[in-house]
Design a protein around this ligand. Structure first.
Ligand SMILES: [Zn+2]
Ligand SMILES: [Zn+2]
Length: 247
């Protein structure tokens, strides 16, 4: 799996980084993990064609993780003139939240005729979502978003990629990232004090029990970005927009 970091930022544009979006190319198909509002901008910058995306997996229903769907679907309809279906997998209620948001931003846009099908599926923490040889499992994490928020694990062939989504540390992440070739973990804060997000000092304590081969930090706030030089751990990498990693 070839991973391109389309957006590695928090919700606030800290460090000039775009909102969360990861592009994964398997060689057989392509998918996105999260689709923040700036995703099309990031894909353009990274030289990635939205036309090539077959599925979008959403961790949770905050705008910096799912709002890009609105522009993405408009692009698919008006620019790409897409005809093949798009799979969208996300938290319970994702279709309703998508429709509400799309109508708020582009009134009348959802009733228009399209030539492609949006196929919504909801994460089920008791079962995997299996599609074209890709297996996605979800755990619920600790991050209020008006719907369950998830950490996600993707298995394709012998490769494993896991992702915390937004959350303070929960022990379910140990299993989610077990033996992963790459674990992506949000690291919004540097030090403890804020609920519902991970901080580096807390995550550093957990590293010995995380069995993923590599750990990639993303979703960093301005204070965390100011501390990047303090992150000196052999398995830990820092995401930046446009970074490409062979998983
Ligand atoms: Zn969030
Ligand atoms: Zn976020």
């Amino acid at each position: 799996m070839k991973l391109t970091i389309v957006g590695s930022g928090d919700a606030f544009g800290s460090g000039g980084r775009l909102q969360t979006c990861f592009h994964v190319a398997t060689g057989e198909f392509n998918f996105l993990i999260d689709c923040g509002a700036s995703s099309l901008i990031g894909m353009e910058r990274a030289g990635l064609d939205p036309v090539g995306v077959d599925a979008i997996f959403i961790s949770h229903l905050h705008g910096d993780h799912f709002a890009g769907l609105i522009w993405w679907v408009l692009y698919a309809r008006h620019v790409e003139k897409r005809t093949r279906p798009l799979i969208i997998v996300g938290p319970q209620g994702i279709e309703a939240r998508y429709l509400t948001t799309a109508e708020a931003l582009f009134p009348g846009s959802t009733g228009k005729e399209t030539h492609f099908e949006l196929q919504f599926h909801e994460h089920d923490t008791a079962a995997t979502f299996d599609w074209r040889g890709l297996s996605c499992s979800a755990i619920e994490v600790c991050h209020p978003s008006g719907a369950p928020s998830h950490g996600l694990r993707f298995e394709f062939g012998d490769k494993v990629l896991s992702y915390s989504g937004d959350t303070e540390w929960v022990d379910g992440l140990f299993q989610l990232s077990e033996g992963a070739d790459l674990h992506i973990n949000e690291c919004f804060a540097y030090q403890p004090g804020l609920r519902y997000h991970t901080n580096w000092l807390a995550l550093r304590e957990k590293l010995g029990d995380i069995t993923a081969r590599r750990i990639l930090l993303t979703h960093m706030s301005r204070p965390m970005l100011a501390h990047l030089r303090d992150v000196e751990e052999p398995r830990v990498m820092i995401a930046h927009d446009g970074l490409v990693i062979e998983v």
